[in-house]
Design a protein around this ligand. Sequence first.
Ligand SMILES: Nc1ncnc2c1ncn2[C@@H]1O[C@H](COP(=O)(O)OP(=O)(O)OP(=O)(O)O)[C@@H](O)[C@H]1O
Ligand SMILES: [Mg+2]
Length: 184
Amino acid sequence: MTNAHPDLSICGIGRSAVVFKIKEEKRVVKVYFPPFKHLAKNEQINYMKVEGDSRYPKLYEVGRNYIVLDFIEGKTFFQCLQEGVPILPEHVKQVDDALHSARERGLNPSDIHLHNLIITKHGDVCIIDIARFSQSKQCEQWNDLKSGYYKHYHKAYFPSKLPKWLMNVVAALYRTRKGTSIHT
Ligand SMILES: Nc1ncnc2c1ncn2[C@@H]1O[C@H](COP(=O)(O)OP(=O)(O)OP(=O)(O)O)[C@@H](O)[C@H]1O
Ligand SMILES: [Mg+2]
């Protein structure tokens, strides 16, 4: 990624795309890796269904292999755990509420993991990456994360900061155990 346009800076890299912040604009462009370019259309359709809900970024444009979205300023749940920023029960409830609304609009929320949940600078939750919200398979990931949160997060033994490598190991073990595929 050495020859990106000077008006773009990398804001995040996922399993299916690179997300660039557009200089001097509060927007990002999510460019899908070639095997995942079909997700641009999926994600567009899903964003149209949650249009007007401030707990999801607004979609501005879609192309063959990219979409343009609001830049959400804040920290992902993953960064919060890594940096010791508190994740409050209100945040968990906000995720629940946002997923409930998405279900009411005909979606099937999937792939809810720590990198896809952002606590904004105003302290509200925003859910990004909803390309897989239209798959038919039931996804238990958010329920599992939530159980872990209620069971361990507020306990004295829970570290104030979690190392990145440890969270990545736990995530990899979880995916192996659940047989989660990224090729959706
Ligand atoms: N709208 C946004 N505003 C701010 N940061 C974003 C935004 N969209 C994505 N990011 C950052 O980029 C990362 C990768 O984006 P995204 O989750 O959309 O990619 P992906 O390849 O679909 O991810 P996954 O690995 O979950 O499939 C996110 O974890 C987040 O850190
Ligand atoms: Mg993601």
